[in-house]
Design a protein around this ligand. Structure first.
Ligand code: FES
Ligand SMILES: [Fe+2]
Length: 372
């Protein structure tokens, strides 16, 4: 008889710094990485710094209104240019060490004695550019010299999950506003967080509020299991809120079949998008170490809802609780990844089988690893 169980990755995939380093190089530094909300760099000179793989990346907006990204490294002797996570400059980023100054387009524009040093070319010694795309109101960067297709990898992930691109376009993410942002410092490997997000076998155990709103989740099959499927709100449920009470104003452009439903999308390697009728919950993961991941989560609402000062507490609290419940479970698993009991990993039951494809995706991207 064939078994209905398939193996997970072995424990050391979640703990070994050498594997994490390979993931940084082969995944996070090669793929499109969702770095910041466009409004975080809303005006020329506003900036954010984020960790992408092993690099610190400086994201800003140039005078032409386009988002730009650079390695956050001074080309003179390597001082980190911006140490703050966010801020704004007027016209230049000035290095604290010898005062080389770079324009918002990355070009070297000033340095002490620059005119007397003709060998210092302003373009050649400009900041190192990183590829940038803006989509869904977010700034995506890619550290690869030749980025993979954004259409295939990022947009394609949404189409594959939702069935067509119009399904996400109708939520008009670029025009929504951040009503709330919460940052979680999770003591777990990034893959545990993805695996958790992909399955709903755990929903009935740890997510009572979510299962109340989406009763079909009690069955253990996540909305992500079927193409185009959105989980329907329970009959007595008015909105996607912590107690099932009414939410705020519905995003007017969604289709009738998207009303009273929850859709979830995973965009590998580090983004989760959750679509509900009156808001969008948008997660980015920033993996910092084999056992540590920062998760930044935005709750996006119609601009008029945010401007009205409406109380968003009940809407935000539902997924904030879900996040905390999920991350607690991931943190419960992380220490066991180095146990002898988990040396060969665990098992995936049928409602989790699609996680096997994620494991295959990860191992396909890494150079061959000798099993320990
Ligand atoms: S290291 Fe930046 S100006 Fe010298
Ligand atoms: Fe969960």
């Amino acid at each position: 008889m064939t078994s209905s169980l398939i193996p997970t990755l072995a424990g050391h995939y979640y703990t070994d710094p050498a594997i994490f380093a390979r993931e940084q190089e082969a995944i996070f530094e090669r793929m499109w990485f969702c770095a910041a909300r466009g409004s975080d760099v809303g005006t020329p000179g506003a900036f954010r710094t984020v960790q992408v793989g092993r690099e610190s990346v400086l994201i800003t907006r140039a005078a032409d209104g386009r988002a730009r990204a650079f390695l956050n490294v001074c080309r003179h002797r390597g001082a980190q240019l911006c140490v703050e996570e966010s801020g704004s400059v007027k016209r230049t980023f000035k290095c604290m060490y010898h005062a080389w100054a770079y324009g918002l387009d990355g070009k070297l524009v000033a340095a002490p004695n620059l005119v007397k040093m003709p060998d210092v070319d302003r373009v050649e010694y400009g900041l190192v550019n990183v590829h940038v795309r803006e989509w869904l109101g977010y700034v995506w960067v890619c550290l690869a010299d030749e980025p993979p297709s954004f259409e295939a990898d990022v947009i394609g992930a949404c189409v594959e999950r939702l069935g067509d691109l119009g399904a996400i376009d109708r939520y008009d993410l670029p025009s929504l506003q951040v009503g709330r942002r919460i940052r979680y410092d999770v003591r777990a490997n990034w893959k545990l967080i993805i695996e958790n997000f992909m399955e709903c076998y755990h929903c009935s155990t740890i997510h009572p509020e979510l299962v109340h709103v989406l009763p079909e989740f009690a069955g253990g099959y996540a909305a992500q299991y079927y193409v185009g499927h959105g989980a329907e709100f329970g009959r007595d449920v008015e909105g996607f809120t912590v107690d099932g009470g009414a939410g705020v104003t519905t995003i007017g452009t969604i289709a009738p079949e998207q009303d009273r439903r929850y859709y979830a999308v995973t965009i590998k390697p580090q983004v989760f998008v959750n679509l509900v009728p009156d808001h969008v919950i948008f997660h980015r993961m920033y993996p910092l170490a084999a056992d540590r991941t920062i998760v930044e989560c935005d709750w996006l609402f119609l601009p008029e809802v945010v401007a009205s000062g409406a109380d968003l507490t009940n809407s935000v609290e539902l997924f904030d609780r879900v996040n905390r419940q999920d991350f607690e479970a991931c943190e419960r698993c992380q220490p066991s990844m180095s146990s002898r009991a988990y040396a060969r990993g665990g098992v995936l039951v049928p409602s989790e089988h699609h996680i096997g494809a994620f494991h295959q995706w990860v191992t396909d991207r890494l150079p061959p690893i000798r099993d320990k």
